[in-house]
Design a protein. Structure first.
Length: 172
């Protein structure tokens, strides 16, 4: 669903650029793209700093995608798990910068327009800047492995029968 939405938005933006260059002022000027970065706070949250995301079809947008930790980041959006965006186009807007994201933050799940809370887990966090006027400028600006929330790890229960045995000492 997210891929189809982005493709539709890009096609519409491209058509508008071709149809009304005088009104729109041409393609995105150099240096006008949004900027963003991401850091792992080490406490089950990440902080995304972003600037310059512009509303409207010809602006640029910052997307934060949480993928399976074994995957890599790219500007291809499949199979992303959760997506937050600075323009709010996925129904899950990214908070004002600096945005702290943790378990429970609402995000857009792949294939659904309805936001859901991010589950605790280990993720590949991908920060992507999209240029709707010129998709060739799309780029991954942040890529890190992070633990969101406090995922539980299975533990082995200890019982008195499992305690290490101590040999009796002979005292004479």
């Amino acid at each position: 669903m997210a891929t189809k939405l982005i493709t539709r938005v890009r096609r519409t933006a491209a058509a508008l650029v071709v149809a009304t260059p005088a009104l729109l002022g041409g393609a995105t000027p150099a240096g006008a793209l949004a900027t963003a970065s991401v850091v792992d706070n080490g406490n089950g949250s990440i902080t995304v700093t972003h600037a310059g995301a512009a509303a409207g079809l010809l602006g640029s947008n910052v997307l934060v995608a949480l993928r399976d930790a074994s995957l890599t980041c790219s500007t291809n959006f499949n199979p992303y798990l959760y997506i937050l965006d600075a323009n709010g186009e996925t129904g899950a807007p990214l908070a004002s910068s600096p945005a702290v994201v943790t378990a429970g933050t609402s995000a857009g799940p792949a294939g659904s327009p309805n936001p859901v809370p991010i589950a605790a887990g280990n993720y590949r966090v991908c920060v992507v800047v999209l240029d709707y006027a010129n998709p060739a400028n799309d780029s991954v600006v942040g890529d890190l492995l992070a633990t969101i929330g406090n995922p539980t790890t299975p533990t082995t229960p200890t019982t008195p029968g499992n305690a290490p045995q101590v040999s009796p000492a002979y005292t004479g």
